[in-house]
Design a protein. Sequence first.
Length: 126
Amino acid sequence: MEIVSGAIGALCGGIVTLVITRVEARRADRVRATIDLYWQWQSSEMQRARIAAQSILHGAAQLPNPPGYAELNRALWDNGSRDDWVAVNAVLHFFESCGELLEIGSLDRRLVRKMLGRYVEYWFDR
């Protein structure tokens, strides 16, 4: 009987250890993905896109009838402003990716709020 109890205890301990190890590995993956996303946002390429996009969006917002995203996007493309089009879309798609990755649980929510929250406020909550 003691042998059976010992075997059951060892098996339960092993299962608990496996579950805890997997949970911690998933959390580490989410933290790593969040930090990678943050560094993508801070890259020199994205900084150039952010500067250009901010200027474009600010200028569009000053118009008497500010265009919506689709209208602005189409106007940039149709006017041959490919670099401006790329800049605006780089910022938009970055935030879309963040949302999608958060939705499927691939990012650490608390860390996203801490590392990228002020940028969300800047780009969307003004």
